[in-house]
Design a binder for this molecule. Structure first.
Ligand code: IPE
Ligand code: IPE
Ligand code: MG
Length: 265
């Protein structure tokens, strides 16, 4: 089994992406898809710099990847896709880059709304949305509202998101409930914490993908990713395509998830 698998990847070099997509679809078990896929959309700046282009062009190219990955997740029947688009630490970047990222977000939502609705995709934003520029907030609110009854893929856009901040906020809300007498300290369990996170009601990510070759979590879904399967790839986000997503899912399906026990689940 493992021999075949390694051999399969060895011959990949001689195949086109569309050949690979066909092969991967054959290997895919549609009954065992990850329910929730999370992606750190990283590598836009390097993609542009390597081409002698301004970083903004990398962000723009990254939107194309997002479009293709949302389409693919949606057509596969994946229930949740969470994409890390802007972290609580990304404010450290030059104001001009931040502003370009916010404009791209607004543009993406405007351009995609029709197709997202056609594909039954529901949009949700997670993070400190209240601190985003007004235009971005308004567009997010309106997209969430106009897709709220869609029952297909839920697309969570992590914006001004930080895992530590999310946990801190949850602790603060829980502390207020304890102070008001609505909750007893002994009533605080993992479920209560889950319910106070942005992702309340959403299953934990099964598969966490980070392109661009970085091997770190960068403050993404710290609580929720406790048992996520990681997939790292050297491919930069603007080059990340359906074929890479399928590779990640097929690989995920070949792993044994034990959750600390002895038997795979
Ligand atoms: C990811 O690409 C986009 C955001 C973090 C907003 P980067 O801009 O981090 O690209 P690199 O890592 O510099 O290549
Ligand atoms: C993580 O990428 C955040 C997003 C992709 C939105 P960064 O580029 O900000 O992460 P670091 O700084 O390399 O850890
Ligand atoms: Mg980066």
């Amino acid at each position: 089994m493992l021999g075949n698998w390694l051999n399969f990847w060895r011959v990949r070099k001689n195949k086109s992406d569309s050949d690979m997509v066909r092969e991967l679809y054959k290997l895919l078990d549609t009954d065992r898809l990850p329910r929730h896929v999370a992606i750190i959309m990283d590598g836009n700046g390097r993609w542009a710099t390597r081409r002698g282009l301004p970083r903004a062009m990398g962000h723009r190219a990254g939107v194309e990847s997002l479009r293709e990955i949302v389409r693919t997740c949606s057509s596969l029947g994946i229930q949740y896709l969470t994409v890390y688009a802007f972290s609580t630490e990304n404010w450290k970047r030059p104001a001009e880059e931040v502003s370009i990222l916010m404009d791209l977000l607004v543009e993406y939502l405007k351009n995609e709304l029709h197709e997202l609705n056609q594909n039954n995709v529901r949009i949700k934003a997670i993070g400190r949305i209240e601190e985003l520029p007004q235009k971005a907030r308004e567009e997010l609110d309106s997209s969430a509202e106009r897709t709220q009854t869609n029952k297909g893929l839920t697309l969570n856009l992590a914006l001004n998101y930080g895992g530590r901040n999310e946990i801190t906020e949850a602790v603060r809300k829980i502390a207020l409930e304890v102070a008001s007498g609505a909750l007893k300290p002994e009533g605080i369990d993992e479920h209560v914490i889950d319910m106070h996170l942005y992702t309340s009601g959403i299953p934990d990510p099964d598969l966490l993908i980070r392109p661009s070759g970085e091997l770190r979590i960068s403050n993404f879904l710290l609580w929720q990713a406790a048992y996520a399967e990681f997939w790292y790839s050297p491919v930069l986000w603007p080059d990340f395509r359906k074929v890479h997503l399928l590779e990640a899912i097929v690989d995920y399906q070949r792993r044994q998830r034990r959750f600390g026990g002895l038997k795979p689940k």
